[in-house]
Ligand binder design. Structure first.
Ligand code: AMP
Length: 384
């Protein structure tokens, strides 16, 4: 099949305009593309680096139509875009990944059912729409387990752990009656992610496995390569490749995974876009996740995902601003540390404001460097 690429000079449309959209826009511009972003937020991180910034609701279809008329391809930094918005875009431009991929990944039940039907490994799960169904799910799957809202959950929001069956009533009340999913609790030793890209003609390339440490349900540190055997890394990348193929993704897909205590790789979640755990690719891979997204959605050949050096990334959350402006000079004392800030004006606790990436001869050294640099940001305020 010969497919005409969308060449540099064309304009790419991005639904969503946070930090992922900003870094995507920077990569697109480097390759010579124009960028238009759409989101409800004015003065967003991506708007500062886009050619066209449209502020509007995702349900404002006339505005979405106007936006899509100005671009040749539409992609996402945010998957919870209403189906009608993606459909409206498709009347004017290629939408990649398409509405079907969004539909599956917007809802944990559809996502897990897809994975199960196609034979990908996940923890047992069941749909829950009432307390009786939750009690029945707990009886079948067992406790502990996690009850999650089927839609719109992220960073641990909309989730309750059930330690014993007796926690069912409290957990169901917390869901406020919305469609939910009960999952068996995974006894994991690590959380990992694999980001992959697929082109229209079916070429798939995955990044090395990233290992992710969370704090308070929010990603804290990512490092790569993950501290796992090459067999497990191959298995994780093969699972991601299989999902990209079976879902017919054109663009990028992130697969979040668990490594269980007994050595199994289980899929937790999918995101049809770039991911926080892939930020280190900017400074440590031949091709960044953002450039790869541009290449994949525009029909260009995919770039190499090889790492140039082991690397670690540390998120910079809003609490680091608690005492005043973080000490950027101190963090950058280490010449192998790179600073990325997203241009957000207001620092709120838990808000992702930027990240640091460090490279090193070993992954352990990279982790040590990035943690030290982050500590240096507030040291002058906390040292007594
Ligand atoms: P999620 O929103 O599904 O990505 O979940 C957020 C975090 O909660 C994950 O990164 C895990 O640390 C934890 N988690 C989610 N699901 C499970 C599970 N079934 N078993 C154990 N931990 C989980």
């Amino acid at each position: 099949m010969s497919i005409k690429p969308i060449l540099p000079g064309a304009r790419i449309g991005v639904l969503g305009s946070g930090q992922l959209g900003r870094m995507l826009a920077l990569s697109a511009r480097k390759l010579g593309y124009g960028v238009a972003v759409y989101s409800p937020e004015a003065n967003s991180p991506a708007s500062a680096v886009a050619d066209i910034d449209v502020v509007g609701d995702y349900l404002d279809l006339p505005r979405i139509h106007e936006f899509a008329k100005q671009v040749e391809v539409v992609t996402f930094e945010f998957e919870n875009v209403p189906h009608d918005a993606a459909k409206a875009c498709a009347e004017h431009a290629a939408v990649r990944p398409d509405g079907h991929v969004l539909h599956v990944s917007q809802n944990r039940l559809r996502e897990k059912s897809f994975l199960k039907d196609k034979g990908f490994p996940t923890t047992p799960f069941q749909r829950v729409t009432s307390l009786a169904e939750l009690e029945q799910a707990v009886a079948t799957i067992g406790a502990p387990g996690v009850l999650k809202t089927a839609s719109f959950g992220y960073d641990g929001k909309g989730q309750m752990k059930l330690k014993t069956p007796a926690d069912a009533t409290k957990a169901w009340e917390a869901m406020k009656g919305v469609e939910s999913i009960y999952e068996g609790f995974v006894d994991f030793v690590k959380e990992m992610s694999v980001i992959g890209a697929r082109t229209l003609d079916g070429q798939v390339v995955t990044f090395p496995v990233f290992e992710n440490d969370h704090a308070n349900h929010i990603l804290d540190i990512t490092f790569a390569p993950a501290a796992i055997s090459s067999e497990l890394a191959d298995e994780a990348r093969k699972i991601a490749q299989g999902i990209l193929e079976k879902l017919n993704v054109v663009g990028l897909l992130t697969v979040e995974m668990f490594l269980t205590r007994d050595g199994r790789v289980l899929v937790n979640e999918l995101a049809p876009r770039t991911h926080n755990s892939g930020h280190l690719t900017i400074d440590a891979c031949v091709t960044s996740q953002f450039e790869q997204q541009v290449r994949a959605v525009c029909g260009l050949p995919l770039g190499s995902t090889d790492m140039t050096k082991p690397a670690a990334m540390a998120n910079l959350l809003g609490h680091l601003w608690e005492y005043g402006e973080p000490d950027w000079t101190a963090a950058l004392q280490d010449p192998l540390v790179k600073l990325h800030l997203y241009g957000k004006r207001e620092a709120r606790v838990g808000r992702k404001m930027g990240h640091l990436t460090a490279t090193g001869d070993t992954v352990e050294l990279a982790i040590e460097r990035v943690k030290k640099a982050r500590e240096a940001l507030t040291a002058k305020y906390t040292a007594k």
